[in-house]
Design a protein around this ligand. Sequence first.
Ligand code: ADP
Length: 434
Amino acid sequence: MHEKSIATSFTAAVLALACALALGAIAFSQSRSFRDSFERMAERDIRLLTEITAERLARALEAGDLPEVRNLASLRQREGVRVTVLEASGGVVFDTATDRREDHSRRDEFKRSLAAGESVVIRRSDTLGVFMLYSARKVGDHVIRLAVPYREVMEPVRRARLGLAISAVVGLLVAFAVFAITRRLSQRIDALATERDAQKRKLAEAARMERFRREFVENVSHEIKTPLAGVVGAVEMLVEGKTDGDERRSLLAIAQKESGRIEALVEDILNLARLEHAAASSANFPLCDIGEIANSTADRYRRAADRDGVMIHRSIQEGVIARADREKLDAAIGNLISNALKYGGGADIEVSVRTVNSHVEIAVRDKGPGIPAEHLPRLFERFYRIDKARSRALGGTGLGLAIVKHIALLHGGKARCESTLGKGSAFIVELPCA
Ligand code: ADP
């Protein structure tokens, strides 16, 4: 989540920068054309002013009215315009800016106005040392020249450019401020969403645990109720003392059988609880010969199998070594063999151990009626049975496969079942190879 918000903020930052650059490029080219057209306008204005001034000055010059010449020139000077009256040779007759009488014959605007009648030039003033916009016009034997400081003429352009630069900086700052704020906001939203998800998960887990606990208590109470009723009923009849020798024996047998069921149930519940609380890691278990454990478990069930007329075949690969808790693995294989004897329909069973890829596979196969597919996903749940009555009649607690699953998990492995209706089932425990 956090990475996502950083990526979004980064994209936003790149976009903001790209926009700023694009706007900058547009503003730069616009300001250039603005400056050019402003310059043309200023040239037009000074050209017009020169024309008007030159006309009036020409009349005064013709009349030899020097005071009128000075008067007109000072009028312009008050408007910030420098007026220079030059002779055709380049000598200065009059200049509002200086009393120096320099030779102007080589000045650009002068030469051009002589050649073309008038000219407008931007250049650095030799007299004033600043850039000026010059406009010169030939009238009779004289050249009238008007000049304004270029900087002053172009002041509005400079101001507009400054405004543009300030707006760009402010725009950038605003963009970055917005970016920083949205980033902080999105981070906060991300954090809140993560917090909310964690809370939701916690609540869901708490609800699941509560449901699990309730179901477990209900299941255990239900499982104990029937055998307990048997024990209580038998004991009550024995206490009443109205029973003869045979009845007493059969009542005691019932009490013994039912209390045995309760004992088995309590033992399985405790085993399961211990397994659930153990840390799932086989790292501390000793290296064991898994084939040897499977052989000894099968040996333990030989008598029970013989009683049912069932053969326990073995297909044990030699030298299969894994880290294991010998006692627990024996209990798991025992549970699977016991189930195969109970539900395998009296046909022979097979215990096999082999290495497959990177794990050890322990399998107990029977040729019984098989298990309908819809039951397979729930078989390893506690108290899940296909046929409750049959399981109880056979002394099952409904916890055998759950115990097998937890033993497999404790070893870092897993338990699964493959079954084909009418052909039999295979219960497989996979352990990591040593
Ligand atoms: P139970 O005490 O009932 O045997 P388990 O947890 O060992 O409890 O088994 C759960 C259920 O799975 C059994 O009740 C039975 O219906 C089914 N089951 C287990 N093993 C086999 C098998 N080899 N063949 C057919 N069904 C089986």
